[in-house]
Design a protein around this ligand. Structure first.
Ligand SMILES: [Zn+2]
Ligand SMILES: [Zn+2]
Length: 297
């Protein structure tokens, strides 16, 4: 198959746009969408310091590479990569290596925080003690450390590598659970006291295309999957959406676009932030999720 914009061999067929693209036109297409979203949602402002959540997995690696490429001629901006080491044996070691390698190559400051330093425990140890689903536990604790670290580094924003699949899954999950509070909180550009605002530059890029983009740019590819990932409810939603997308290409974009239109009518100021009585971190309840999951009394 030939690229429809030039005569070179295509590396991808985008069913949702009915386009065959060669390597350079595919890369151009990804970068165009990312730049468009950064402008549209005013993700990056003049003179800002941006913390980039870098797990070392394919999404975060592509995110850091892209931000560096797009903004390399902007000396007013500063990017700092933050990696959270959850203490998942045989998994995190590999992705951590990728994170260290990439930040070294790009010359980006790299900060590593661990569950061990912060909570004096590891995810492996917590799972053994608790009945909680691993992904919930891990997600809550990681978000807590990431926000704290970004705030301590005086970051204006936290960039997260969530792709189109992650975003559309989250939207569908929240619809299905009727969780309007969460729908409000995931609105781009939302400001909450004590929380460093989160930006998602890859939100319009399908997961497969993020992987291909990384591969074509020679980025370290991690094939390891988190050993706890199999337990998540999200997997069910992922299968539903992927199956649906096969027969109805463009569904993930429709979910994202539909949510954007609806979110205009969600008043973000309705979500109230309270500061935890135990640790003083921002959350939605008197005792924050982190403290409850860790059983802090
Ligand atoms: Zn081409
Ligand atoms: Zn707390």
């Amino acid at each position: 198959m030939k690229c429809q914009r030039c005569s070179r061999t295509a590396v991808i067929y985008q069913k949702y746009s009915n386009a065959h693209l060669c390597k350079s036109h595919f890369i151009e297409d990804v970068e165009r969408k990312v730049k468009r979203d950064i402008r549209k949602f005013k993700m990056v402002g003049r003179g800002e310091k941006i913390a980039v959540a870098l797990s070392g997995g394919k999404d975060s690696v592509a995110l850091l590479f892209l931000l560096h490429k797009i903004f390399r001629n902007r000396p007013d901006l500063e990017f700092i990569a933050i990696t959270i080491d959850e203490g998942i044996r045989d998994y995190r070691e590999h992705t951590l290596e990728h994170a260290i390698k990439l930040t070294g190559e790009l010359g980006i400051r790299h900060v590593i925080r661990s569950f061990d330093d912060e909570f004096e425990t590891s995810l492996d140890a917590l799972i053994k003690k608790k009945e909680n689903a691993a992904c919930t536990l891990c997600g809550v604790l990681r978000k807590n450390i990431l926000n704290k670290a970004a705030r301590e580094l005086c970051s204006d924003k936290i960039a997260i590598g969530h792709n189109l699949d992650d975003e559309s899954q989250t939207i569908l999950m929240n619809y299905m659970r009727g969780d309007i509070d969460r729908l409000k909180r995931m609105r781009p550009g939302i400001i909450q006291k004590g929380m460093v605002p989160r930006i998602k530059p890859l939100r319009s890029i399908p997961e497969k295309e993020v992987a291909l983009y990384g591969f074509l740019n020679g980025l370290p590819v991690s094939t390891d999957e988190c050993p706890y990932a199999g337990y998540a409810l999200r997997n069910e939603i992922r299968d539903i959406l992927n199956n649906y997308e096969v027969n109805h290409p463009g569904t993930k974009y429709s979910l994202l676009g539909g949510y954007e239109s609806i979110s205009e009518f969600l008043r973000p100021d309705d979500t109230k932030i309270v500061f935890c009585e135990k640790c003083n971190e921002p959350g939605s309840e008197r005792i924050c999720k982190t403290c409850r999951l860790l059983g802090r009394k």
